[in-house]
Design a protein around this ligand. Structure first.
Ligand SMILES: [Zn+2]
Ligand SMILES: [Zn+2]
Length: 151
């Protein structure tokens, strides 16, 4: 098993994923993700919490959404790179910012959500599942799993 690893911009926080291969990822084009990343979209993946092992100074930013869910964002305590989060709606699951993986240049995006907010210059491939707003978690998980088998 090759080591799947990543970390923050300054290198103080490092992590490994107990996976056989790079995870499949999805892109979220919502306004919050655009603001938070300072970019066109966020690229992330869902994983079981116990597959992630982190070292280094992690800070927590906790946020309660209008629906009452608590999102706990983990960032590097030094350079503030956002690395992963958990959500009270999905116990045992971590959402990892896929762009923090060392081999982010090998990642595939197998689903797009909130595409009604996507930047206009970005043309999405027609054969990749997309939702105008958020996708139901089961459907998104299925798309991520399907991407994995086809790869
Ligand atoms: Zn850092
Ligand atoms: Zn988003």
């Amino acid at each position: 098993m090759s080591t799947i690893a990543g970390g923050c911009r300054c290198g103080a926080v490092r992590y490994t994923l107990a996976l056989d291969a790079l995870p499949t990822t999805y892109a979220c084009h919502c306004l919050d993700c655009q603001t938070w990343t300072g970019s066109a979209f966020s690229q992330q993946t869902f994983l079981p919490e116990d597959s992630l092992a982190v070292t280094g100074p992690v800070s927590v930013y906790e946020l309660t959404t209008p629906s009452g869910r608590v999102s706990r964002q983990r960032v590097c305590g030094i350079c503030h790179t956002r690395i992963f989060n958990t959500n009270s709606a999905r116990p045992g699951v971590v959402v990892v910012r896929a762009g923090t993986l060392d081999r982010s240049d090998h990642l595939e995006v197998v689903a797009h959500i909130w595409v009604k907010r996507k930047q206009p210059w970005l043309d999405l491939p027609r054969d990749v599942p997309a939702w105008p707003e958020g996708a139901p978690v089961e459907q998104l998980s299925q798309a991520l799993a399907r991407g994995r088998t086809d790869a």
